[in-house]
Design a binder for this molecule. Structure first.
Ligand code: CP
Length: 300
């Protein structure tokens, strides 16, 4: 495993090994990556992904160089091609964590890179490291992945975490997915084709109310304002299927609410103290998964 570009590249065995490693790293710092340098190259804003990768690298004894606004503060602003930027940074570091606004850009970057490239989100494409931490959260919180039912809610068209998590769930048995979205923001055919080929049962609906009591997980997502060309269109969907305390109580005992974050107004803050709220646990698990990923791609 050199580059981490899309969820489909993982199989159950590699996921299981990664999860074991992540669990073994909990609460520990080490110097196993001493002498290694990670570049975080972000063309789009981030709080969790960038800071967790940087924290992970530092906790493993490595170093970081970073640009949180590569669109403005790298030579791309002078017209440099992504490929040339990647070739250049290859000479300075051992791994590049890249977030880019264009779908497919991570694949392009990996084709010219001799060092590992990690996809930290490519436009509306994929966010595989988020999906891995989401899956790890499911295993840690529910004790299983096979057999779970999940409602994925919100902007399923543009939501890259939705795409990556769907591909990963396709590797497991007896999964049932309810895609809950407005008509205009339905999940793409490429994801549905993949699920059909992997015999994953899914349904599409516009109503969370009718299925909320059936599922083990509600995976809520933000309407992706930055992907809309019209603010009016965004405002039409904003706050779609907001989860409040009443709705969380309609969920079955032992079920969980997840969200990749950031949230805007999809989950009321009053839900945060519910035992079902797992979204800040995801943040913690994300650090462990990213430590495990860096150790996996960087250790000889
Ligand atoms: N979940 C996620 O990717 O969050 P950030 O945009 O803050 O990195």
């Amino acid at each position: 495993m050199k580059h981490i570009i899309e969820s489909q590249q993982f199989d159950r065995e590699s996921i299981s090994k990664l999860f074991e490693l992540a669990s073994s790293l909990e609460g520990k710092n080490s110097d196993c990556l001493r002498g290694k340098i990670m570049a975080s190259l972000f063309y789009e804003p981030s709080t969790r992904t960038r800071f967790s990768f940087e924290s992970a690298m530092l906790r493993l004894g490595g170093n970081i160089i970073t640009t949180e606004n590569a669109k403005e503060f790298s030579s791309v602003s002078k017209g440099e091609a992504l490929e040339d930027t990647i070739r250049t940074i290859n000479k300075y570091v051992d791994v590049i964590v890249l977030r880019h606004h264009e779908e497919g850009s991570l694949k392009r970057a990996s084709l010219v890179s001799d060092i590992p490239i990690i996809n930290a989100g490519d436009g509306s494409g994929q966010h595989p490291t988020q999906a891995l931490l989401d899956l790890y959260t499911i295993e840690r919180e529910l004790g299983r992945i096979d057999g779970v039912s999940i409602a994925m809610v919100g902007d399923l068209k543009h939501g890259r975490t939705i795409h990556s998590l769907s591909y990963l769930l396709g590797k497991y048995r007896d999964i049932r997915i309810y895609f809950v979205s407005p008509e205009q923001l339905r999940v793409g055919e490429n994801v549905k084709d993949y699920l059909r080929r992997h015999s994953v049962k899914y349904e599409e609906t516009m109503s969370l109310h009718t299925i909320i009591s059936k599922v083990d997980i509600v995976y809520q997502t933000r309407i992706q304002k930055e992907r809309f060309t019209s603010l009016e269109e965004y405002e039409k969907h904003r706050g779609y299927c907001k989860i409040d305390l009443e709705m969380s109580k309609a969920m079955k005992d032992g079920s969980i609410i997840m969200h990749p974050l950031p949230r805007v107004d999809e989950i009321s803050p009053e839900v945060d103290s519910s035992p079902k709220a797992a979204y800040f646990k995801q943040v913690h698990y994300g650090l462990l998964i990213r430590m495990a990923l860096l150790k996996t791609v960087l250790e000889d």
